[in-house]
Design a binder for this molecule. Structure first.
Ligand SMILES: NC(=O)C1=CN([C@@H]2O[C@H](COP(=O)(O)OP(=O)(O)OC[C@H]3O[C@@H](n4cnc5c(N)ncnc54)[C@H](OP(=O)(O)O)[C@@H]3O)[C@@H](O)[C@H]2O)C=CC1
Ligand SMILES: CC(C)(CO)C(=O)C(=O)O
Length: 313
C-alpha cells in the first residue's frame, strides 16, 4: 500500500513514522525546506514518553516524483491547504482517498464559509468524493528538523468518510497505523469527532494565545479554569445546534487535556510567526454558532481578545 504524507511537520512526521514502523505501507513524504533536508539525511525520529524510534521514509519536494498513491494524508495547517491543493493532483487516482488531518472546521464541511477554500480550489483539485475527514489525538512538536516530540502516551487518528461508510480504503489505512503503534479508528460520524476535538481547541486556543503559556501553567488557576468550563459548555451547545450532540464524558476529556505541559499548536504557530488556523478553529465555529442562533458570550470575548493579541483586530 503506497501512502504519501503531504506536509510532515509535527503531526505528519509522527503519522509517517508510525506507518513506516508498522511495515504494512510504503510510506513517503512531500516536504520542503529544513524538514525535507533533515528527513532525507537522517529520517524522522519520534520521541514519546515511552520510546524513541527512527523511520526512513522516502522524501520528495515534488509530487510528480512519487506518482499515484493508494492514499494521501495531508497534514499541512488549514491556511496552507488551498495553496497545496493543485500539487496533490499527481498523487491521485480516481479512487485515492485524501485524508485531511486538521483541527477545526475543514474545507469540505457543508456550508463552510469560503474563507476555508477560497475560489473552491481544493474542492476542484481533490473533489469531495476523495476527501476524508481526519481528527488526530496526539500532542506533538518538532523540536529540531526531523525530530518530533510526542507528549501523549496514547495517540490515535480518527478517519471518516463524509458519508459515514466504513470503507475498505479507510480500514486498510487504520490497520497500517495500528501496526505502527498508533490507534487507527474509522468513524461513522466524523463531524461529531471534529466537534469533540474542536471543543479542546476552543477551550485552550484563545486563552493560551492571550497568556502565551503552556496549558498546564495557564489553567492552573480556578478563574481561568472557570472560563474554560464556560467555553466548553458553549461549544457543546453549538455542536448540538449543528446536529452533533456531544456526551457529558467530553468534559473530563477536555479537562484532562489542559493539564498537559503542551503549547497548543495555534500558540506554537503564533510564536513562530507562522500563519494561524484562526479561521478554522475560532472564527468559523463562531460564524456557525451565530448562524444557528446560539449565544456564546465567553467564547466571543476570548476570541475577541485573542484577535487583538495576534494582531487581527
Ligand atoms: N501539533 C499538535 O500537537 C497537533 C496538531 N493538530 C493539527 O494537525 C494539523 C497539522 O499540525 P502540525 O503538524 O502541528 O503543523 P506543522 O506546522 O508542524 O506542520 C505542517 C507542515 O506542513 C509543511 N508545509 C506547509 N506547506 C507545505 C508545502 N507547500 N509543501 C510541503 N510542506 C508544506 C510545513 O512546512 P514549513 O514548516 O516549511 O511551513 C510543516 O512542516 C493542524 O490542523 C493542527 O491544528 C492536531 C492535534 C495536535
Ligand atoms: C492541544 C491539542 C493537543 C489538543 O487541543 C491540540 O490539538 C493542538 O496542539 O492543537
Amino acid at each position: 500500500m503506497k501512502i504519501c504524507v503531504f506536509g510532515p511537520g509535527a503531526i505528519g512526521s509522527h503519522i509517517t513514522a508510525r506507518f513506516a514502523k508498522g511495515g504494512q505501507a510504503e510510506v513517503s513524504v512531500l516536504a520542503r525546506g529544513a524538514q525535507l533536508e533533515a528527513i532525507r539525511a537522517r529520517g524522522i525520529t519520534v520521541r514519546t514518553p515511552e520510546e524513541e524510534f527512527t523511520a526512513r521514509p522516502r522524501a520528495e519536494a515534488d509530487a510528480a516524483a512519487l506518482g499515484p498513491q493508494d492514499a494521501v494524508v495531508v497534514t499541512v495547517k488549514a491556511p496552507a491547504v488551498p495553496g497545496i491543493a493543485a500539487a496533490i493532483s499527481p498523487l491521485l487516482r480516481p479512487d485515492t482517498p485524501v485524508v485531511f488531518v486538521l483541527n477545526g472546521i475543514p474545507w469540505w464541511w457543508e456550508d463552510a464559509p469560503d474563507v476555508l477554500d477560497p475560489d473552491g480550489v481544493t474542492r476542484a483539485a481533490v473533489g469531495l468524493d476523495r476527501a476524508v475527514g481526519g481528527v488526530v489525538w496526539s500532542a506533538c512538536t518538532v523540536t529540531e528538523p526531523g525530530v518530533v516530540q510526542v507528549q501523549t502516551a496514547a495517540n490515535r487518528l480518527i478517519m471518516g468518510e463524509r458519508s459515514g461508510e466504513a470503507t475498505p480504503r479507510l480500514k486498510a489505512l487504520a490497520a497500517a497505523l495500528e501496526a505502527g503503534g498508533m490507534g487507527g479508528v474509522v468513524s461513522p460520524a466524523i463531524r461529531t469527532e471534529i466537534w469533540t476535538k474542536l471543543l479542546n481547541n476552543l477551550t485552550n486556543g484563545p486563552i493560551t494565545l492571550i497568556t502565551r503559556q503552556d496549558m498546564r501553567t495557564t489553567f492552573n488557576d480556578p478563574v481561568v479554569m472557570a472560563a474554560a468550563r464556560a467555553v466548553m459548555q458553549e461549544g457543546m451547545a453549538i455542536a448540538a445546534a449543528l446536529g452533533h450532540p456531544l456526551g457529558p464524558e467530553i468534559e473530563k476529556n477536555v479537562l484532562r487535556s489542559v493539564t498537559l505541559a503542551h503549547r497548543p499548536s495555534i500558540l506554537q504557530d503564533f510564536e513562530a510567526g507562522r500563519a494561524l488556523e484562526f479561521d478554522a478553529l475560532l472564527e468559523v465555529p463562531l460564524q456557525l454558532a451565530r448562524a444557528a442562533g446560539v449565544s456564546a458570550p465567553t467564547l466571543e470575548l476570548l476570541v475577541a481578545l485573542a484577535r487583538k493579541t495576534v494582531g487581527r483586530g
